[in-house]
Design a protein around this ligand. Structure first.
Ligand code: HEM
Length: 509
């Protein structure tokens, strides 16, 4: 036998033995081999790949089906468990400073682990988050009210221009412009002014939304992004205008952060404090944390997180209120009593005291989910107990708002948009099952800002245009309901958006 043939045979035998060992290990020897679930999912990541990459962010629904078959705890890939039981939230997402990490494989889906959102280790995460969390405290957000209100006023002016023209306005783009303007102003004191652009620049919405569509692919193939980044600009421009635009935008972030770091942009300190001027001046942050590449990633992630989630919540809530005339009438009645003159503004504190607005917002949060993606955590130091199960230390475990927000025992008829479920004595219990902002030490840091934007935008827009807005060719199944999990929730890829027309004499009121 020739040496080369012998070598090929040896390699083949080694591959077969290695694969056989892998199969036996994953199915029978792994520390989580005894947890229930589909064998194929336990055996290979290709199962998850099929649902999340080929069938575009749909593994979360397959996981829901697994729970129906196997119960509240299932194994969903070779390493990871998933729990569908809200009673487990406090154990999985502790609020006290306990060593809790993200799962590095999954954190890679954000394209980098340099930003707070994607940081794996507990201590590093505390340091990064601590450096800017003050900006998003309730008190800081209260001080930001004039900035938020001024952008909402611009949005209302733009909506007025469309009155009686019959021209539809895409509220997804409108809200995306609003939230992007607010977060870019707060981060850099350099508002992007998307609200001033033609049709609220759908392009700017796509620039934050499209990267999320790639997140599953990036998770499965972590080297994909560095390879794509090597492609020459001329080739990218010729083949993908969107990718070319993303690159251009990345350069904008680089120049934005660079001018702050090099003290060439001091506008922030003059008008209002901004996140990035403050990070630069934070003497407790080591220089490595203030490097240009890291802060560029932080900037991108803050703008993305501050835009998409609030946009989806606001557009879905707008749809559900407009499609339900009794809900609209009750909301309008509350506004008319609280704010007799639509031109007079109400403070955020006063808006937060309006019970029906609060109920509409809670129901809007419930039905829009926040992120339906499982929020994995790893407890490296201790085992967790779920019912009779002992989950070994270091096991990634996730939970998803999809299951919690649709639990008929807590939210009867979960598909129905019903703010009244938040008006009764069960409100407190239901609140504990609301998982939009996650929970624990990694809970959404922008939660107070999001709540302020949502209260102020819904109040101002509905007080002025509630009875003048009419839905335009908006179909719940096609345009509104969540159909894809790209970490952020996404309606069907065929969605035309939540669109409205504005009429000074609305025949429907
Ligand atoms: C309705 C609006 C929003 C929803 C539903 C939402 C949802 C979430 C969720 C579920 C997480 C936790 C992710 C995890 O556990 O892995 C999160 C984290 C985060 N969110 Fe939000 N978010 C919203 C608005 C905002 C806004 C306006 C900002 C602006 C700054 C923001 C910035 C962040 C950041 C920086 C994190 C990472 C926090 C950390 O890891 O410590 N979010 N968000």
């Amino acid at each position: 036998m020739e040496i080369s043939t012998l070598l090929v045979e040896c390699i083949l035998i080694a591959v077969v033995l290695y694969t056989a060992y892998g199969v036996i290990y994953r199915l029978y020897l792994s520390p989580i081999a005894h947890f229930p679930g589909r064998k194929l999912a336990a055996l290979t990541f290709w199962y998850e790949f099929y649902f999340d990459v080929i069938r575009r962010g749909s593994y979360v629904w397959e996981i829901r089906d697994m729970h129906e078959t196997y119960g509240p705890i299932v194994r969903i890939n070779p390493y990871e468990l998933h729990v569908a039981d809200s009673d487990f939230i406090d154990q999985l997402y502790p609020t006290v400073a306990k060593n809790v990490e993200k799962w590095s494989w999954s954190a890679g889906m954000f394209g980098s682990t340099d930003m707070t959102f994607g940081t794996v280790g507990h201590t590093l995460h505390r340091r990064r988050r601590g450096a800017f969390s003050n900006f998003f405290s309730k008190a800081s957000v209260r001080r930001l009210q004039p900035v938020i209100q001024s952008r909402i006023d611009v949005l209302c002016e733009r909506l007025s221009e469309k009155m009686d023209t019959g021209e539809p306005v895409n509220m997804v783009h409108a809200y995306s412009a609003l939230t992007q303007d607010v977060i870019t102003e707060y981060c850099f004191s350099n508002c992007r002014n998307v609200l001033g652009m033609q049709d609220f620049s759908p392009w700017y919405y796509e620039l934050v939304q499209k990267p999320s569509e790639l997140s599953h692919m990036i998770k499965q193939f972590p080297n994909m992004l560095p390879v794509l980044n090597l492609l020459p600009n001329w080739w990218v421009r010729a083949t993908s205008p969107l990718f070319a635009q993303l690159r251009a935008q990345q350069l904008e972030y680089v120049s934005q952060v660079h001018s702050i770091l090099s003290h060439n942009d001091e506008t922030g300190s003059e008008s209002h404090p901004t996140v990035f001027h403050s990070l630069r001046d934070d003497d407790d942050l080591p220089l490595s944390e203030k490097s240009l590449p890291r802060l560029v990633m932080e900037a991108q992630s803050l703008v993305g997180a501050g835009t998409l989630t609030s946009t989806h919540m606001l557009s879905m809530t707008t749809y559900h209120v407009l499609i339900n005339p009794p809900i609209l009438s009750r909301l309008m009645a509350e506004f008319e009593e609280a704010v007799p003159d639509p031109a007079t503004l109400c403070s955020l504190e006063d808006l937060e005291r309006l019970p029906y607005l609060g109920a509409v917002i809670n129901e809007g949060l419930r039905i829009s989910y926040g992120s339906v993606h499982r929020l994995q955590r790893v407890h490296p130091d201790n085992a967790l107990n779920y019912k009779d199960w002992i989950i070994p230390p270091g096991t990634p475990i996730g939970m998803s708002s999809l299951h919690m927000h649709n639990d008929p025992a807590i939210f009867p008829e979960p598909r129905r948009f019903d703010p009244s479920r938040w008006m009764g004595p069960e409100k407190e219990l239901r609140q504990r099952h609301l998982f939009n902002f996650g929970r624990g030490t990694r809970q959404c840091v922008g939660m107070n800002l999001a709540q302020a934007e949502i209260h102020m935008a819904l109040a101002t827009i509905f007080r002025q245009f509630g009875t003048k807005m009419q839905l335009y060719d908006t179909v719940r199944d096609r345009d509104v309901d969540v159909k894809h999990d790209f970490f952020v929730t996404n309606p069907s890829l065929d969605s035309r958006g939540v669109r409205v027309t504005l009429h000074s004499n609305n025949p429907k009121t």
